[in-house]
Design a protein around this ligand. Structure first.
Ligand code: UDX
Length: 431
C-alpha cells in the first residue's frame, strides 16, 4: 500500500518506519525542514531502540521523507495524520497543528483517500477534521475518515507497534475497515473495529485507566509507609489476581511523559465540557502532583537544611530508554532543590542534553560516581538499568552523607543498607 504519514514525532516516525517494515511504501512528511534534512541524513530525532536499524533497511527505497505535502499526498492511498496534540488551555488538547494539516489536505487531495487520525484527539475530532478538509477543497473530491489510535510507549515504541496487544480502528464504511485490516495484515493481534468516536475515546480511556492504576498504588504507598507495610509486596499480592494484573502497579515518584499527564487532563476537560465532572481522573492527576512533593518532603526532612548541600540526581528522563524530559518528575524535584539552595549534580545516560536547556545551573556529570562525590544524598529518579550495577561501596566512600532515595523502588534495600548507606524508597517498610 502507498501510505503518507504526516508528522515525524514519536508516533509519526515510528509509524512510518514500522509501516515500511510491514511492506508498505511510505512517505513521512514534516514542516520542520531541519528535522527532515536530519532524517534524510540518517539522523533520527528520537532515541528509540530498534528504530534506526529498521529505518536504515528501507530508507531511500520504500521509506522516504519530505517537507512537500502535496507530492506526498498525491502518491498515497492512505494518509495518516500523526501530528502533536499538546496540552492547551484548561487542559484541552491543542488541535492547532491538526487543523492546519486538515486545511492543507483539503487544498491538495487529488483523488480518493482514506484519512486516518493517529494523533490522540478528543472525541468528535474526526468529524471536525472532515469538515475542515471539505471546507478547503477547491472542488469536492471524495475521502473517508478513520481513527487508528496508537498505544506505543516511549522506549519500546517499535516493539509496541509491531507486536501490539490490540489494534483499534474506527471507521464508518465497511470498505474502509477492509483497507485498515489489510494495512495491518502482517501483524498478529486482535483488531477492535468500531466507529470513529468510540475509537477516539478508547485511547483516552486506556491512558486514563493506566494512570489511575499508578496513582492508586502511589497513594497507597504513602499510607503503607505510615503503617510500616511494604507496598511492593502489596502490589505483588494484588497483581497476581488476573483481574487486577501486575503491570502499572509499580509505586514511584509519579508518572510523567508526553501522554498520561496530557491525556488525563484532556479527558477531564472533555468531561467538564459535556457537563460532567470526571472526579476520579481529576484526583488521579492531583495524586500524581502531590506524589512528587511528598517524595521531596521526605528528602528535605532527612537531609535537614538543603542550603549549600550537594545533592546528586541519577536519571532525568521521565522513564528509561528515552531522552524525553516532558513532565519528568526530575523537573519538579530539581526546581524545589534549587529553590532551597541545594547544589544539584546530575547524570543521565541520554537526557542531559535536553535537561541542560531546562536547568542550566545543574552540574552535569560524566558518570554516576561523579554525582555521588561529596553529595549528602543521591536521588534516583529514573530506573536506568545501569544504576543497578553500580559499585555501591565506591558510591558510599565518595559521598559526604549516606542517604539514598530510590524514587523508582528498583534497588534492593537490603543490598544498599549492607554498604552502610541509608535507603529510602517509596512506601517501604522501615529498615
Ligand atoms: C504511555 C502509554 O503506556 C502508551 O500506551 C501511550 O500510547 C502513551 O503513554 P509512555 O508515556 O511512553 O506510554 O510510558 P509508560 O511506560 O506508559 O510510562 C508512563 C509513566 O508512568 C512513566 O513516567 C513511568 O515511570 C510511570 N509508571 C509506569 C509508573 O510510575 N509506574 C508503573 O507501574 C508504570
Amino acid at each position: 500500500m502507498k501510505i503518507t504519514v504526516i508528522g515525524t514525532g514519536y508516533v509519526g516516525l515510528t509509524a512510518a518506519v514500522c509501516l515500511a517494515e510491514l511492506g508498505h511504501r511510505v512517505v513521512g512528511v514534516d514542516v520542520d525542514q531541519d528535522k527532515v534534512a536530519a532524517i534524510q541524513n540518517g539522523k533520527l530525532p528520537i532515541h528509540e531502540p530498534g528504530l534506526l536499524d529498521i529505518f536504515k533497511r528501507y530508507a531511500g527505497t520504500r521509506l522516504t521523507f519530505t517537507t512537500v505535502l502535496e507530492g506526498a499526498v498525491a502518491m498515497a492511498e492512505i494518509v495518516i495524520i500523526a501530528v502533536g496534540t499538546p496540552q492547551g488551555k484548561d487542559g484541552d488538547a491543542d488541535l492547532t497543528a491538526l487543523k492546519e494539516v486538515a486545511a492543507q489536505l483539503g487544498r491538495v487531495i487529488n483523488n480518493y483517500k482514506i484519512v486516518i487520525i493517529k494523533s490522540t484527539v478528543p472525541v468528535g475530532t474526526g468529524e471536525q477534521v472532515a469538515e475542515i478538509i471539505r471546507k478547503y477543497q477547491p472542488s469536492p473530491i471524495p475521502f473517508d475518515m478513520a481513527s487508528n489510535p496508537e498505544f506505543l510507549r516511549q522506549g519500546s515504541a517499535v516493539n509496541d507497534f509491531l507486536y501490539p496487544d490490540r489494534i483499534v480502528v474506527g471507521f464508518e464504511k465497511p470498505a474502509v475497515g477492509m483497507v485498515l485490516r489489510s494495512m495491518y495484515l502482517n501483524i498478529s493481534a486482535p483488531i477492535v473495529e468500531t466507529d470513529i468516536r468510540t475509537a477516539e475515546l478508547i485511547k483516552y480511556a486506556s491512558n486514563g485507566f493506566l494512570a489511575t492504576k499508578i496513582s492508586f498504588i502511589n497513594e497507597l504507598a504513602r499510607f503503607s509507609e505510615k503503617i510500616d507495610v511494604d507496598i511492593n509486596k502489596v502490589a505483588e499480592g494484588m497483581g497476581l489476581d488476573s483481574r487486577i494484573g501486575q503491570k502499572f502497579l509499580h509505586a514511584g515518584v509519579g508518572f510523567g511523559g508526553s501522554c498520561f499527564p496530557k491525556d488525563v487532563a484532556a479527558l477531564t476537560s472533555l468531561g467538564k465540557k459535556s457537563g460532567l465532572e470526571l472526579s476520579l481522573l481529576q484526583t488521579v492527576l492531583e495524586i500524581n502532583r502531590t506524589q512528587k512533593k511528598w517524595f521531596f518532603d521526605k528528602i528535605k526532612h532527612s537531609i535537614g537544611t538543603l542550603k549549600g548541600k550537594k545533592v546528586g540526581i541519577l536519571g532525568l528522563s521521565f522513564k528509561p530508554d528515552t531522552d524525553d524530559m516532558r513532565e519528568a518528575p526530575s523537573r519538579d524535584i530539581i526546581t524545589w532543590l534549587e529553590k532551597e539552595g541545594a547544589i544539584v549534580k546530575a547524570y543521565d545516560p541520554v537526557a542531559m542534553k535536553n535537561a541542560k536547556n531546562i536547568f542550566p545551573k545543574v552540574q552535569y556529570m560524566d558518570n554516576p560516581y561523579q554525582v555521588a562525590q561529596s553529595s549528602s544524598a543521591v536521588i534516583i529518579l529514573t530506573e536506568w538499568p545501569e544504576f543497578k550495577k553500580l559499585n555501591w561501596q565506591k558510591v558510599k566512600d565518595s559521598m559526604a552523607g549516606n542517604l539514598i532515595f530510590d524514587g523508582r523502588n528498583f534497588l534492593s534495600p537490603s543490598k544498599i543498607t549492607g554498604f552502610g548507606l541509608r535507603y529510602h524508597g517509596i512506601g517501604g517498610k522501615r529498615i
